[in-house]
Design a protein around this ligand. Structure first.
Ligand code: ADP
Ligand code: ADP
Length: 232
C-alpha cells in the first residue's frame, strides 16, 4: 500500500481557539490509483493534502507513506521524501516568474542534487513530453494558462516521483483547457503514476477512477467512479 492512514486527526490551535480540521480520517491508496477528493470549502481538503504531501504532520493517528511512518520524521527527512517521491501541482501553477520554462523545470533537480550536466537534458525531455519543446525559453508571463500548467506538470514529473498531488489543477483554466490537462493526468496514470486530485468540479472529479468526498473533517464517501454506458 502506498498510502495508509488510520484515525488521522489534525488540530490547529490559534490562541484560545482550537479547530479540528481532520477528525479521524481512514484512507488507503494503492500504487497506480487515480483518486479525486472533493468537499466544500473548509472541509479539510487542503489540510489532508498537506499531510499526504508530507508538508505537515498529523496531530494524532497514523500516516504511512510508502511504509515510512511520517509522524515521527524530522522536517529535513520530510523534505527529502517530498523531493524524491512526490510531484506537486497547484491551482496557481507556482512557477517562478523570472525563470524561463526550462529553468523552472530544472529547479527540483537542483534540490535533489542532480549534477548540472544532466539537469538540462532531463528538463528538456520533460518539457518535450508535455509538448512544450517550442516554449522552453519562454517565461511564465509569455505562456497561456494551459501552457503554464503543463510547465508545472513537467516540473512535477522531472524527478520521476511516481505520485502526483494536484490541488485544484484546473481551477484557473477554462473548461476546454481543464479537460486537456485531465487528459495528461489520464496518460500519466496509464503510465503507472499514482494521481491524487483535489477539485471543486464534479465533471473533473468523475474523470478519476475513485472519488472521495470529505465533509467537516471526515470522509463521507469513498467509491469507485463507474461510467454508465447507455444501452443505445
Ligand atoms: P482552499 O482554496 O484550498 O479552500 P483555503 O482558503 O481554505 O484554501 O486555505 C488556503 C491556505 O490558508 C491553506 O494553506 C490553509 O491551510 C490556510 N488556512 C485556511 N484557513 C485558515 C485559518 N483559519 N487560519 C490560518 N490559515 C488558514
Ligand atoms: P479546505 O481546503 O477544504 O477549504 P482546509 O483544510 O483549508 O479546508 O480547512 C479546514 C479547517 O481548518 C477550516 O476550518 C480552516 O479554517 C481551518 N484551518 C486550515 N488551516 C489552518 C491553519 N493553518 N490555522 C488554523 N486553522 C486552519
Amino acid at each position: 500500500m502506498l498510502i495508509e492512514i488510520k484515525d488521522l486527526r489534525k488540530k490547529y490551535i490559534m490562541g484560545e481557539m482550537e479547530v479540528e480540521a481532520l477528525r479521524g480520517v481512514n484512507l488507503n491508496i494503492s500504487t497506480n490509483e487515480f483518486v479525486s477528493i472533493m468537499g466544500p470549502s473548509g472541509s479539510g481538503k487542503s489540510t489532508l493534502m498537506n499531510i499526504l504531501g508530507c508538508l505537515d504532520t498529523p496531530s494524532s493517528g497514523q500516516y504511512l507513506f510508502d511504509s515510512i511512518d511520517i509522524s515521527s520524521r524530522t522536517d529535513d527527512e520530510l523534505s527529502e521524501i517530498r523531493n524524491q517521491k512526490i510531484g506537486f501541482i497547484f491551482q496557481t501553477f507556482n512557477l517562478l516568474p523570472k525563470l524561463d520554462a526550462l529553468q523552472n523545470v530544472e529547479l527540483p533537480l537542483i534540490y535533489s542534487g542532480v549534477e548540472k550536466h544532466l539537469r538540462k537534458d532531463l528538463a528538456k525531455k520533460a518539457l518535450k513530453r508535455l509538448g512544450l519543446e517550442n516554449r522552453m525559453n519562454h517565461k511564465p508571463n509569455e505562456l497561456s494558462g494551459g501552457q503554464r500548467q503543463r510547465v508545472a506538470i513537467a516540473r512535477a514529473l522531472v524527478t520521476n516521483p511516481g505520485i502526483i498531488l494536484a490541488d485544484e489543477p484546473t481551477g484557473n483554466l477554462d473548461t476546454k483547457t481543464g479537460f486537456e490537462i485531465m487528459e495528461i493526468f489520464k496518460e500519466l496514470h496509464q503510465e503507472g503514476n499514482t494521481i491524487i486530485l483535489i477539485t471543486h468540479e464534479p465533471e473533473i472529479a468523475e474523470q478519476a477512477d475513485r472519488g472521495i468526498i470529505i465533509r467537516d473533517g471526515l470522509i463521507t464517501k469513498d467509491a469507485l467512479n463507474t461510467t454508465i454506458i447507455s444501452p443505445n
